[in-house]
Ligand binder design. Structure first.
Ligand SMILES: [Zn+2]
Length: 104
């Protein structure tokens, strides 16, 4: 299971200011320290901090990013030329063309 880091937003307790919590991806974010019940906030892992931030940067690195907009409708915010901006699971022609993106 992944380990998430949380920090006390007020006074640290015996666990220290920052605590590491093993959680399933499906678990809800902790709002309180399991030890002292004081409010905590999640710290983003270094992976996310160092990942490209803008959609353009993502596209340049070859990522496709889909953002959920509506009932089963996803916006392809990194749509390339000829790709559909909106993706509907029931319309295969709107899915990103992965073959076109993979080059030798
Ligand atoms: Zn605590």
């Amino acid at each position: 299971m992944p380990i998430y880091e949380y920090e006390h937003t007020k006074k640290p307790c015996s666990l220290g200011k920052v605590l590491e919590v093993e959680q399933s991806m499906r678990d809800e974010e902790l709002k309180h320290c399991p030890n002292c019940r004081a409010p905590v906030r999640k710290i983003l892992s270094r992976f996310y901090v160092s990942a490209p931030k803008g959609d353009t940067a993502l596209r340049d690195k070859g990522f496709t990013k889909l953002v959920r907009r509506d009932d089963g409708v996803y916006e392809n915010v990194t749509a390339r030329e000829g790709e559909s901006r909106y993706v509907r699971p029931d319309k295969p022609e709107t899915l990103p063309n992965l073959k076109k993106m993979i080059r030798d």
